[in-house]
Design a protein around this ligand. Structure first.
Ligand SMILES: [Zn+2]
Length: 151
């Protein structure tokens, strides 16, 4: 019984080590990125950089880059400065945590009453929209219901 268990465990762990990293869709890739503490950044030349942001940083391997490549266009679209983001303000370094995890439709110059960050972003939660501070997450304005056309 003990021997069988041991063999079983070994088989499972060796399988895990050899199977290549793949994601079935964008959502799966994003949850893997956020869970693992990885961050993406869109450079001005259009290259998306991947780094690890947690203490004890994990290496970004070619395997990771290959697994994320099919989603490049979607990453790029999300990592761009949203419409209305002031030119003179850089995106914060944690931007990909926000931009990949939420649907951000717009931005505008607006000082956060809580932390003083100078931009607010409009987050689409499907049923409603909220202006939020991208730094501390506080709601910058009362939320607005999403008006959807019924077809
Ligand atoms: Zn704030």
């Amino acid at each position: 019984m003990m021997a069988l268990q041991k063999v079983d465990t070994m088989r499972i762990s060796s399988q895990k080590d050899t199977s290549p990293l793949t994601f079935k869709d964008f959502q799966e890739a994003v949850s893997w990125i956020l869970r693992g503490g990885y961050r993406l950044r869109l450079r001005s030349d259009g290259v998306v950089e991947v780094c690890h942001s947690l203490p004890g940083g994990r290496p970004v391997t070619q395997e990771i880059l290959d697994a994320l490549t099919p989603f490049y266009r979607e990453f790029k679209r999300r990592l761009k400065k949203p419409r209305g983001w002031p030119r003179n303000v850089e995106l914060p370094k944690w931007w990909s945590d926000m931009a990949l995890g939420f649907k951000i439709t717009r931005a505008r110059a607006s000082e956060c009453p809580e932390c003083g960050f100078s931009v607010a972003i409009l987050v689409d939660f499907d049923m409603w929209n909220e202006w939020r501070c991208p730094q501390c997450g506080v709601i910058a304005e009362p939320c607005l219901p999403n008006v959807k056309t019924v077809s």
